[in-house]
Ligand binder design. Structure first.
Ligand SMILES: Nc1ncnc2c1ncn2[C@@H]1O[C@H](COP(=O)(O)OP(=O)(O)OP(=O)(O)O)[C@@H](O)[C@H]1O
Length: 920
């Protein structure tokens, strides 16, 4: 609405092509004068004139530096920092154009034409013979359920979501279309897969007629370049990428995918583990969210194929929407959650070790060759593997080094059991996986790290030594058995006392965050800008008669009325580019990078689109001139960004008169100038080769100016004019989401426990074929209901109160308080929040209080795992406050202030506990 009014205003005053604006009119988009915001073409569209090249003049130092006004006028930008530099820009007239070409983001290429056209009423046509022939070439005689529909939809250019249980053959859904599209034209299929460690295996495991390469952030640059060269030459049909490699993020910083001009046309993009796209899924990964946008905007991809084995109805719908599957088509291919060849069972054995040994040696599992035993904790995998070896009398596994040094000609004796988890070295992990794949290892005892992307068709059994964290994980893990369609067995040991629940709760609480940390983040993201101030100044100028135009005054009046009526919809600010340094923020909030990224994603997904996330960027620029301060001054005359950076320093009261180096936030600078960050970085990098800055008789090449970018940061566009109540509502929204997720995950955990308990036998001893089959079917029905029903129908589980009487609880609380005091006394030189102590007492590591440091003190680490986490935070907070009061330091360091802020807990609806607005 605001934009419309400015457009209307621009039209009235002759805007649009030429400009009806006066020289005094300020553009609120870029801040320059002489045009309206509605006419603003942005900096990237404008040519960028630069100060005159006066290189070589002996009186160079005496020449005045270009002022901000001058730079602004010449670059048609810079509104926010201009006032008061005190220079009238008298040298401006002599300044010619610079040799920096205007920045133009490349337009996405045209999408690849589908192989087959749609029939009448937009229906997919019948499968042509060519497709069946291609199926044979790939090594299959017929399609499995769901594959044909998915393949034909992709070949017809229709985005598709495939939800098929593990081992049902989802990969064929992208392999066959990739083969056919490449056969027709030299295009490429992109496959985004999160399994970086298995990418090489995925590439080598493709049918021989398909050639693929992979790119991920763990690859050295030379290898990446070689892979890209193969793609460019059109020699690969499939390019596998990790999501981080595609969109940037994590240590990768920025994506590795080259621009569309350096890639063959993209036939379609396949997103493996597509449930990660949805914020409702059990495994939401924020960088997945940007995938589809990056692929659409940069590579012009129009057809998406999403593959997942585990998605509830709500998740599937959400993913489908992201992929561009039409709502009326719903989820296009979907199968039952659990394959029919799996026999499921649950037991409540009190002695789990003994039960596991009897199960593995008993009638049902004793004859099975390949079995996976899943444990929650790494240490447990080693212990349980040793237990199986000793109790079932198997030989110990051969050490990796020895096996390598002396390769045996005869097949090695079968090893009974070995452990596998993410803490092992890559060589150890490979050894275990290889022995299991080749059938030399009968039982692998592993954490969930084992099995992702594992294509061993004849795994005959999966045993859960601990309860999985939710139904999605359970279904995914049991799906590793019986991929060949032959009968397979799955058993779960359920702790009748609910002991596993405590362990699993840890992971859920580990991702939660305090309200105060949210406030800190919100303050950083929505740092106040000057747009509103400028707008008001302009408004006042009109009101005060500086601009004698009744019509403008009338429009502003209309705007004011509108603003009063709907304050939140009247945005003056157009969003600013911001960089939030990752490491610094992780430490300040004591929250992992993924946690922060998830919070930012929630704001992007909010209907009001509070912000727009951009790929992470290096935000600090370090400029050093080896030619001394004269060279830096010359650089300022050649380059508007350097001139602005210097002028901003001057405005901040820092004298850079004799400095030969400069360090600044390049994103903040770009925003102040109204330029794109990419353009500013480019201009700065170019300085290193600028011949005007060359000193003495140096030839071609570098000129002694060094420009480096560092400090990896979240990069986003966010409003800077949010009112205090809006900031409060943003904080509330985020806090509700975090608490909501925590509650939902806990409820899911309890629901999972109840469901398993409802079908559990007292022990894992045989119970008769019929009885076992009946309970297996009941569990399958429960799982199917979970995946197929609407979330509302599943119902929210009420929290179960621990069965403790008042005296017991009081005793426990007293013990906790004593432990908190003891802990604080030992670590009196450190600052803790209530949450930090609760995490330590639950054995949860965090960026500021890592497990490898705080986990060493066994007096506190995990000590009160069974006690409610939020009650523990309260008790710890109370003790921290009491200890500070006792020491008479209610206000101390900035860090200690942190714990004095009232905390909000899940379920707190009263405003009383709410801290004041960060902007009040
Ligand atoms: N049409 C088919 N006919 C026979 N075998 C098939 C067919 N399609 C796939 N397969 C085989 O089924 C096995 C599992 O296939 P695939 O790895 O694609 O399953 P998936 O659904 O992707 O499993 P996961 O979810 O574990 O990744 C593979 O060995 C594959 O060769």
């Amino acid at each position: 609405m605001w934009k419309q009014k400015w457009r209307k205003k621009a039209e009235r005053f002759g805007g649009g092509g030429g400009s009806g604006a006066r020289s005094s009119d300020v553009c609120f988009k870029c801040g320059a004068t002489g045009h309206w915001a509605s006419e603003c073409r942005g900096l990237e569209a404008n040519s960028v004139p630069l100060p005159e090249d006066r290189g070589g003049a002996e009186d160079e130092e005496d020449l005045p530096l270009p002022t901000l006004e001058e730079v602004a006028r010449r670059t048609n930008s810079t509104c926010r920092d201009l006032s008061g530099t005190g220079d009238d820009g008298e040298n401006a007239e002599n300044i010619p154009e610079a040799p920096i070409p205007p920045y133009e983001p490349p337009a996405p290429p045209a999408p690849v034409e589908p192989l087959y056209t749609l029939g009448p009423e937009g229906k997919v046509q019948e499968t042509p013979r060519e497709v069946f022939e291609a199926l044979k070439t790939l090594g299959y005689s017929s399609f499995r359920p769901g594959q044909e529909v998915a393949v034909m939809r992709i070949l017809s250019g229709l985005s598709t979501l495939v939800v098929l249980s593990t081992g049902m053959g989802k990969s064929l859904c992208y392999q066959l279309p990739a083969y056919l599209y490449h056969k027709r034209s030299k295009c490429i299929t992109l496959v985004v897969s999160p399994l970086v460690s298995l990418m090489d295996d995925q590439v080598s495991g493709l049918p021989p007629c398909l050639s693929a390469v992979c790119i991920h952030s763990n690859m050295p640059k030379t290898q990446r370049d070689a892979a890209m060269e193969k793609v460019r030459r059109g020699e690969a049909q499939v390019l596998l990428l990790s999501p981080e490699a595609l969109v940037g993020g994590g240590a990768a910083g920025c994506g590795y995918l080259p621009g569309a001009d350096r890639l063959p046309p993209v036939a379609f993009a396949c997103v493996d583990e597509a449930h990660c796209v949805s914020e409702w899924s059990h495994n939401f990964r924020p960088c997945y969210l940007r995938l589809c946008k990056v692929l659409r905007d940069r590579l012009g991809v129009r057809c998406f194929l999403g593959l997942t084995a585990t998605a509830t109805l709500a998740t599937a719908r959400d993913v489908a929407q992201h992929l561009g599957v039409l709502p009326e088509e719903g989820v296009t291919v979907r199968s039952a959650a659990v394959p029919p060849n799996l026999r499921l069972s649950v037991s409540l054995d009190t002695d789990r070790d003994q039960a596991l040994v009897s199960l593995l040696g008993g009638e049902r599992f004793g004859r099975l060759d390949s079995v996976i035993v899943y444990c929650t904790r790494r240490e447990e995998t080693t212990r349980v593997a040793a237990l199986i070896r000793t109790r079932l009398q198997g030989p110990a596994p051969a050490p990796a080094g020895k096996a390598k040094a002396k390769p045996s000609v005869r097949p090695q004796p079968a090893c009974l059991a070995d452990s596998y988890h993410a803490g092992l070295t890559p060589a150890e992990r490979r050894r275990v996986q290889k022995s299991f794949m080749s059938g030399r290892l009968r039982v692998v005892v592993a954490t969930v790290a084992f099995g992702m992307g594992l294509d061993k068709p004849d795994v005959r059994g999966v045993i859960h030594y601990n309860m999985p964290k939710n139904f999605e994980s359970y279904v995914q893990e049991i799906g590793r058995a019986g991929r060949d369609g032959e009968p397979a067995h799955c058993h779960l040991f359920l702790d009748p006392e609910g002991g596993d629940l405590h362990e699993l709760r840890r992971h859920i609480h580990g991702d939660a965050v305090d309200f105060y940390a949210i406030q800190k983040l919100v303050q950083k993201v929505f740092a106040p800008c000057k747009c509103l101030e400028l707008h008001r100044k302009h408004h006042d100028a009109v009101r005060g008669g500086e601009v004698e135009d009744a019509e403008i005054a009338e429009i502003l009046e209309e705007e004011e009325d509108g603003a009063a009526a709907k304050p939140s919809e009247q945005r003056v600010c157009y969003k600013h580019e911001r960089a939030i340094p990752i490491q610094e923020t992780v430490e300040a909030l004591d929250l992992r990078e993924e946690g922060i990224e998830t919070l930012l994603c929630y704001l992007e997904l909010h209907p009001r689109r509070w912000l727009e996330l951009l790929p992470p960027t290096y935000s600090s620029c370090h400029l050093r001139c080896y030619g001394g301060h004269r060279q830096l001054r010359a650089a300022a005359r050649c380059s508007p960004p350097v001139a602005v950076a210097l002028a901003r320093e001057r405005l901040a009261g820092k004298d850079r008169g004799a400095a030969d180096a400069l360090e600044f936030d390049v994103v903040a600078l770009s925003d102040a100038m109204g330029w794109e960050t990419a353009l500013v970085k480019r201009a700065l990098r170019q300085l290193q080769w600028d011949p005007r800055l060359r000193r003495g008789d140096r030839g071609v090449g570098k000129n002694g100016v060094m420009v480096e970018f560092g400090n990896l940061s979240f990069h986003l566009r966010a409003y800077g004019d949010l009112a205090a109540h809006e900031l409060d509502s943003v904080c509330d929204f985020l806090h509700r989401r975090v608490v909501g997720r925590e509650k939902a995950a806990l409820a899911q955990l309890r629901a999972c426990f109840r469901a398993f308990r409802s079908v559990a036998f007292q022990s894992c001893d045989p119970h008769g074929e019929e009885e076992e089959e009946e309970r297996s079917s009941r569990l399958k029905a429960l799982l199917s209901r979970y995946f197929e029903s609407e979330p509302a129908a599943r119902g929210e589980e009420e929290e179960e109160e621990e069965a403790l009487d008042d005296a017991q609880r009081q005793g426990w609380e007293n013990q906790i308080r004593a432990d908190v005091r003891h802990f604080l006394a030992i670590r009196h030189d450190e600052t803790f929040t209530g949450r930090a102590i609760a995490r330590i007492f639950h054995g949860i590591g965090s960026p500021c209080f890592p497990a490898d440091v705080y986990g060493r003190d066994r007096r506190f680490w995990r000590k009160h795992l069974a006690f409610d986490f939020h009650r523990l935070i309260r008790l710890a907070t109370e003790e921290i406050l009491a200890s500070r009061e006792a020491r008479g330091t209610t206000r101390g360091t900035a860090g200690s202030l942190l714990i004095l802020i009232p905390l909000r807990f899940p379920g707190d609806n009263t405003g009383a506990a709410s801290p004041s607005s960060p902007h009040q």
